[in-house]
Structure formats: C-alpha cells, structure tokens
Design a protein around this ligand. Structure first.
Ligand code: SAM
Length: 213
C-alpha cells in the first residue's frame, strides 16, 4: 500500500475513531513515516493496529497507544520533552514534530544507535538519544515540560516527578508485568494531580527504579 494512504487510513480508522482529536497530533501521525521504524520484513504491517517486534524482546507500540500518550502530554511548540524507552525511535519522532526538543533514553545500545540513524536519515535533528537507565531521568537537562515513559513501571520513579517543571506532565504505565494503568501525573505548585487514562500493556521498565532484569 502507498504509505501516504496507509497513514491516512491509520489516522481515520485507529486514531480519530477512538477519540484522538488534537489537530497537531493528527498532523504528526500523517507526516512521520512509521514504516521507516520497523525492519524490512515487517514494513507491510507498519500501519496495522498493533505493536510490532523491533528485536531484543522489545516492541514499537501500537499507533493508537503512541497517539494517546502524545495527546495526554499536551506538548507545545516550545516544549522540552523527555522520553524513557526510545525503542524504534517512532514516539520520539512524533514528539519532535510537536515540540522544540526531545531527549530520549534507551537502555539497549543497539536500539539507540538504530533510532539515531533513522532520525538522522529523516532529518529530525531536535531529538537527542542517550544510552542509559531512564528510571533516574535526566537531571542535567531538567526541568521538563513533559516526560513520557514507554515501558511498564512497577511504581512511579520519584526522580521523574522531581524533574518536571511547573505544570509539567508525566505519562507512565504503572502496574504488574502483564497489565498496567496508564497514568497522567501533573505537577502543580508542590502538589501532584494524578489521573487514570485506562488499561494498557507494555514491556517492562528495567532499571534501578524499575523491574530487575
Ligand atoms: N517508544 C518506543 C517506540 O516508539 O518504538 C517503544 C518502546 S518499547 C515499548 C520500550 C523500550 O523501553 C524498549 O526499547 C526498552 O529497551 C526500553 N527500556 C526499558 N527499560 C528502560 C530503562 N530503564 N531506561 C531506558 N529504556 C528502557
């Protein structure tokens, strides 16, 4: 299928039909070529309504889940965003179309290198991919307007809340290994507001403040 048509169909049937309405988010999904973020043999499935393997036991998330998290983050054109779990680099590519700068951390170096290469080939130069344990955040670049965690955490790592700026939002799946609750935590003055965005299933967030390997 023509990728432009495949993106249009994905947006209409998977995103708009499920309540993704933010016009900026929709236009990022129409722009970013998702098929460039999967291996050659899976390209024909790139715009389908499910996650796909990217090797190393990891996945590129379902398009709707990426859209839901992106919309919940409410990124603005001058926002500085942190993503934990670069994976294929697709979520950070979507965010890069909506914000000023995206920092992304990945614990598997081969995935980080591949994501960097894809971003470079597409000319998405406002994304900075680092190798490390994202459960500790990225203090030296904080505060962030938003943080999105794209792996399932057993609990909310404190460092991530501490690295949010005033009004900043943390989107994070929290739960056990099989099922998590997608949460949006907003920092307001010295308080936090927590909302549930529904159930989800992600691979494990592995790190000092996450699951053990
Ligand atoms: N956002 C990704 C995308 O667009 O393709 C999907 C991410 S995949 C569902 C989760 C990723 O989180 C995996 O690549 C995994 O290696 C990574 N991960 C797990 N624990 C991590 C940690 N503590 N720090 C950084 N990355 C981590």
């Amino acid at each position: 299928m023509d990728p432009v048509l495949a993106r249009q169909t994905m947006v209409n049937e998977q995103l708009k039909a499920r309540g993704i309405k933010d016009a900026r988010v929709i236009s990022a999904f129409l722009e970013v070529p998702r098929h460039k973020f999967v291996e050659e043999y899976l390209k024909y499935k790139a715009y389908e309504d499910y996650p796909l393997t990217i090797g190393f036991g990891q996945t590129i998330s379902q398009p709707y889940m990426v859209a839901l998290m992106t919309q919940a983050l409410m990124p603005l054109s001058d926002s500085k965003i942190l993503e934990i779990g670069t994976g294929s680099g697709y979520q950070s590519a979507i965010l890069s179309r909506l914000c000023r700068v995206v920092h992304s951390i990945e614990r598997i170096s081969a995935l980080a290198s591949r994501a960097r290469k894809t971003h470079d080939e597409l000319g998405y130069f406002n994304i900075h991919v680092r190798i490390g344990d994202g459960t500790m955040g990225l203090a030296k670049e904080s505060p962030f307007d938003g943080i999105v965690v794209t792996a399932g955490a057993p609990y909310v790592p404190e460092a991530l809340i501490a690295q949010l700026g005033e009004g900043g939002k943390l989107i994070i799946p929290v739960g056990d290994e099989n099922l998590q609750d997608l949460r949006r935590i907003t920092r307001m003055n010295d308080r936090v507001k927590e909302e549930s965005l529904g159930g989800c299933r992600f691979v494990k967030l592995i790190g000092k403040k996450g699951w053990t390997d």
